[in-house]
Design a protein. Structure first.
Length: 297
């Protein structure tokens, strides 16, 4: 029992890798598609990796804004080591691991770090929804109910981020689960806006990377706007809480998006499935970088 208490974060990391392997073994996501342009593919990976680095920078910024400073190396380590926790059913394990790693390293109260992480997740979802709304408005082809739902979600999350309502909801929910009060700390408004900007650049970097992925696999001259489909897919994949890692959700969204772009069904299927492997390589990149940084410290 003492071993489990002291090493639960390490066990969580190993468990996440096991569930990742199980999830991938049940899906045909590791098939290598035909590459039309290796140069464009290389560019897509550069933007993909840069997006993950910016994601870690946003995590560092919001913690600093709440008076819980961490180094950039530790922000990468905590983000990267916990990245596969989302493949454990329930998805919350990624957040538990990320907050736990920071709390353990700096002896910060895990309740406070968890509260800040919840706010960070709301900000990144908010940014993703805004980009998704821009995407579907610009692309067209969606029903009015889709625009309405996303717009309402953007408004609700905005209120949660910039009001005390989130604090009240989180404190009540967590206290009922763990049976005791928690320490919930809010970041400064300036820090929240800077964090939102960093997440926006990270999301756009992923979208640009996806655009180059599409071009590298199809050799079609598409407008860069097609890349925003990744924001739509990632957002809905993230919101699909009951599905480990959003497996299947992203691919379905991207298939519909690429079909609207005029890509034939076979190529749309190939690209949407390949995008899972592409993004997984990005996750492996930040995971490997996190291990290197953790060992160097």
């Amino acid at each position: 029992m003492n071993y489990l208490q002291k090493n639960w974060l390490t066990l969580l990391i190993y468990l996440s890798l096991v569930f990742l392997a199980i999830a991938l073994s049940h899906a045909d996501y590791l098939v290598m598609p035909e590459i039309m342009s290796p140069g464009q593919l290389s560019i897509s990976f550069a933007f993909l990796f840069f997006g993950f680095i910016l994601n870690a920078a946003a995590w560092k910024n919001i913690l600093n804004g709440a008076a819980y400073p961490i180094s950039f190396g530790q922000s990468v380590a905590s983000t990267g080591l916990a990245v596969f926790g989302k493949y454990i059913p329930g998805k919350l394990w990624a957040m538990v691991g990320q907050a736990g790693l920071v709390a353990k390293k700096y002896s910060y109260p895990i309740s406070a770090i968890s509260g800040i992480l919840i706010n960070a997740q709301l900000i990144t979802i908010w940014v993703g929804l805004i980009l998704s709304l821009i995407a579907i408005i610009g692309f067209g082809g969606y029903g009015l109910e889709v625009y309405a739902v996303i717009s309402i979600l953007v408004l609700i999350i905005f209120i949660l981020i910039f009001s005390q309502l989130q604090k009240v909801i989180v404190e009540i929910a967590v206290s009922r689960v763990i049976g005791s009060d928690i320490e919930y700390v809010s970041s400064s408004i300036k820090s929240i806006w800077i964090t939102a900007l960093l997440y926006t650049i990270a999301w756009l970097s992923w979208c640009i990377g996806f655009y180059f992925l599409v071009v590298s696999l199809s050799a079609y001259p598409f407008l860069p706007f097609v890349g925003l489909g990744m924001a739509l897919a990632l957002t809905f994949g993230f919101l699909a809480i009951i599905i480990p890692g959003g497996l299947g959700v992203r691919e379905a969204v991207l298939f519909g998006w690429l079909s609207l772009a005029g890509i034939d069904p076979v190529t749309s299927t190939t690209i949407s499935v390949a995008s899972r492997l592409w993004f997984l390589i990005g996750e492996l990149f930040i995971f490997a970088l996190a291990i290197l940084l953790k060992r160097s410290n």
